[in-house]
Design a protein around this ligand. Sequence first.
Ligand code: NAD
Ligand code: WQD
Length: 341
Amino acid sequence: MILVTGGTGYIGSHTCVALMNAGYHVAILDNLCNSRIEVLNRLARLCPVRPDFVEGDVRDPSVLDSVFARYPISAVVHFAGLKAVGDSVKNPLAYYDNNVNGSVQLLRAMQRANVKTFVFSSTATVYAGPFDEALRESDRLGASQPYGHSKLVVEEILADLQSAEPDWRIACLRYFNPVGAHESGLIGESPLGAPNNLMPYLAQVASGMREFLNVWGNDYATPDGTGVRDYLHVMDLAEAHLAALHHLQTVTSLSTKPLTLNLGTGQGYSVLEVVHAFEQASGQKIGRQFAPRRAGDIAQYWADPGLAKQVLGWQAKRGLQEMCADTWRWQLHSAKDGEPS
Ligand code: NAD
Ligand code: WQD
């Protein structure tokens, strides 16, 4: 059985679908600080069985010990955490507590339960730049804000743990820009309040919930002047977790370092390219205006996903049209049914 922390959240819920449809049994631990219990009903419709669910906090050792005592857990996929860069600048301690302390508490509970296979949600935000070429795992690291720093600290903790105890099997997966939703339209991303991220904001403009998109900056040194990112369909990302878990569970030679992989498509798209693709997918005209650059943004970055392909045999299959079409289907479903996640 796989323990999925943060499994009712955006990426966690899609990964649960991939895991359960591949035959894994799943137990979710989530404190519901950024997701809804209704997601479990949606998962039950998308998967052969309903996942087990424990409402609780990864920072709570007694909750963790009871989860490991109750379920025959063989591996942990750790999504639980806080993820808003701007919020982390205002509330750094909340981010270090949730993301760093939460991970340490979880790893200590795993040690007590003798469970040593761990997949960690890291981020492309750990790269320091320069960003003029595809980012590789060996590139320079450094984060300019507490969120990214909290992820980098956990990566370092995992490296120390793996070096001290080589029987651990650890993967750090650095996601680029996850977007989209399950093709059923039953689960997706439901940001609280006004979305910070481009794709959910576009979906709300297309549906008439918001008037127009602010395009943050059109004077970057990119082909059309707007920011370029490596958007990745959340189901491709979910399938990468499945591949990483399978790899960790079957690899025969133990390692002194965590397996660290970029997860992206390798292809960057500008804000305007995403807007046009979303107009095509939704059939809606999207109002936009150019606005000053957003503080902290960089012009462009995209992944070199070659190592993930080499080690896991994984590569993203879904393109920008599918990312937009699935986001739009989810937007229409969630507006109709009430937002489940
Ligand atoms: P999300 O907020 O939708 O999911 C996180 C889940 O964790 C939520 O269900 C929340 O309720 C739960 N949670 C938070 N703190 C918890 C705690 N202390 N104990 C138990 N549960 C807790 O976010 P997501 O987009 O699905 O991201 C999942 C992971 O991937 C996060 O660690 C995030 O930092 C990382 N990540 C996300 C992105 C992205 O763009 N979405 C990119 C890179 C990395
Ligand atoms: C993409 C592009 C914006 C909104 C963030 C986090 C990162 C990672 C993924 C967790 C940029 C532009 C956006 C809008 C716009 N999360 N934009 N108008 O900033 O690349 O990454 O999410 O690990 O850590 O920083 O994603 O979707 O916010 O922005 O013009 O209303 O869209 O300027 O060029 P970002 P994003």
